[in-house]
Write a protein that binds this ligand. Structure first.
Ligand code: ADP
Length: 555
């Protein structure tokens, strides 16, 4: 921490100085001390005024300090400035030996050049040798003066002091080596971080380019609803909805339901559903109003962390306006043609009925042929009814709070007669009431279709059971039969228009393959889904999932 401060504060200032100022700054503490001594010498130690050695020491210090400023270090060899601390030893030697025995402690000044040499990090071995020899030669003359009467304590001082300085030098050396290692590590980490940052910026750019190159809108949001990533298509979609908030799912947005006029409640908007952890596909909404209004098919997948926590969601938007418009045109054509078929067919059936009802008039083989005409005309009428339904359900669902239990009851009682004819028995396990956000008319149609299929495709009789389960978000209704079932490949196609299984066709069970596609369309228009599980000869289960609750009532 302190080190970091040094690098930011004094360290940075020091690095900005020129080489002369840097050398002078290293010499400054010693020079200040020597200058103070020189100033107080006349009053404190007047006898030293007559010591030529002491005067030479002071003078050499002055010269060295001036040299710091005057020598053009920047033009000389890099390490040459270390001459200053080396010559400091000589100046301190003069001072100390000139002032001995009055000021023997002056030798301690060698600590300054020792620190400078050791901390410079250069001439590693030489600086250690100098840290010993410098103090040694400073101490030797005074000991030599006492020469034959040299005591053991004198000898100890001559050796001990240089050894102490050597230890100081070693300590500084180790500290500065470790400091330099740390600096190198920090610099390495800093470089790695910069590289990572650059790589992640590059990846971000690549991701942005790829996302913008796709023709679908993509947005990733976190749990609090902030956009993590979004591409230009998605931003266009947001602009079309007049979104005034950067937080998805909030604020006023022109997102409409199937009828293109009713604003979707906030919790039914694609992003709100995705943020709640729902996974869905083909959820159709209308964005914006007027001629600019676009049909957008949305899909979402939750984002889950490694620990299995929901962290957000990815929502994909596809502009399907062209497709929806051509579908609507198609459906209009189908519904017009179907309408035109209905009257002549009703007329054929009615007239054949009248002829057949005529008392005793017809020969039996003619009556037989007329019955075939009547049966086929009725099948055609059923087909027309299915085609009309498939055309009209497209955009026409009005969900409200509905009790599904009563719809199940109605559906079962109207299928009772056909169930009895086919030796099929019913079982229902549905809690009452069972609230869902559904259009009662359309969901009634869904139940009728699933129940009538369950009876129809149980040619040998059996059992049809309806069960239900609900949580806070969804209601699930299952219609299970013990009939002929179907293969896995058939299950994958069962909701396609005009699809019929081979076994149903072989068994000559009447049908045109439209009921389940209409059923799926209705369920999906509710924001729900339908699933089929089946096996050949093992019966089938169709499970319809619908939203449990509608939007909160508006006051
Ligand atoms: P339709 O019954 O008029 O043929 P659907 O769309 O209702 O049309 O069903 C499509 C096909 O799916 C049926 O022809 C049949 O082959 C198969 N199918 C539907 N429901 C069942 C069921 N409960 N058991 C077995 N097969 C079924």
């Amino acid at each position: 921490m302190a080190e970091a401060l040094f690098h930011r504060g004094p360290g940075r200032i020091f690095r900005r100085l020129g080489p002369r100022a840097q050398v002078a700054l290293c010499q400054l503490p010693l020079t200040v001390l020597v200058a103070v001594m020189a100033a107080i010498t006349p009053s404190a130690w007047p006898s030293l005024m007559h010591s030529p050695l002491y005067a030479a020491g002071l003078a050499l210090h002055g010269v060295l300090f001036l040299a710091c400023f005057l020598v053009p270090w920047e033009r000389l060899a890099h390490r040459l400035y270390l001459l200053i601390p080396v010559l400091d030893f000589a100046a301190i030697g003069f001072l100390r030996n000139g002032a001995a025995p009055l000021l023997p402690g002056l030798a301690v000044l060698v600590v300054f050049p020792v620190i400078w040499l050791s901390a410079s990090g250069m001439l590693a071995r030489s600086s250690l040798v100098l840290s010993f020899l410098g103090p040694f030669f400073i101490m030797v003359p005074s000991a030599a003066g006492d020469f034959p009467a040299l005591t053991a304590s004198d000898l100890t001082t001559v050796v001990l002091f240089p050894v102490m300085m050597l230890a100081v030098s070693l300590a500084i050396r180790f500290a500065s080596v470790s400091l330099r290692l740390q600096q190198r590590e920090l610099a390495e980490k800093d470089r790695e971080l910069r590289e990572l940052l650059a790589a992640s910026r590059e990846r971000e750019k690549l991701l942005e380019t790829v996302l913008d190159a796709t023709d679908v809108g993509i947005a990733a949001v976190d749990r609090s609803g902030h956009f993590l990533v979004s591409n230009s298509r998605q931003r266009n979609f947001r602009r079309a909805t007049g979104a005034d908030e950067d937080v998805p799912g909030q604020g006023h947005q022109l997102i409409f339901g199937q009828d293109r006029r009713t604003l979707l409640p906030v919790d039914r908007r694609p992003i709100s559903r995705a943020m709640a952890g729902e996974s869905f596909a083909d959820y159709l909404v209308w964005a914006g109003e007027g001629p600019e209004q676009r049909a957008v098919s949305t899909a979402a997948r939750p984002l889950v962390s490694e620990e299995g926590r929901l962290t957000g969601a990815v929502v994909v938007y596809t502009d399907v306006t062209g497709w929806v418009e051509s579908l609507a045109a198609n459906q209009e054509l189908i519904s017009n043609v179907s309408h035109e078929f209905k009257n002549p067919l009703n007329s054929i059936i009615g007239n054949v009925d009248l002829v057949l009802d005529e008392a005793g008039g017809l020969p039996p083989n003619l009556a037989q042929r007329l019955l075939v005409v009547q049966r086929n005309a009725e099948r055609l009428l059923d087909l027309v009814a299915d085609l009309t339904a498939s055309a009209s359900t497209a955009l026409n669902v009005h969900p409200k709070r509905t009790d599904l239990a009563s719809l199940v009851e109605t559906s079962l009682s109207s299928a009772q007669a056909s169930a009895q004819r086919s030796h099929v028995e019913f079982a229902a396990d549905v809690p009452s009431p069972l609230w869902a956000y559904a259009d009662p008319l359309r969901i009634g149609q869904v139940l009728d279709n699933l129940v009538s299929n369950a009876i129809k495709y149980s040619p040998g009789g059996g059992r049809v059971s309806i069960s239900a389960e609900a949580d806070m978000q969804w209601v699930r209704l299952s219609v299970t039969d013990t009939g002929m079932g179907m293969s896995h490949e058939d299950v994958a196609n069962v909701f396609n228009r005009f699809f019929r299984t081979e076994s149903a066709q072989k068994a000559a069970i009447p049908g045109v393959g439209l009921g389940l596609s209409i059923t799926r369309m209705i369920v999906e228009r509710h924001g729900g889904s339908i699933r089929c599980e089946s096996g050949e000869g093992q019966g089938s289960t169709f499970t319809v999932t619908l939203p449990a609750e509608g939007p909160p009532p508006s006051f």
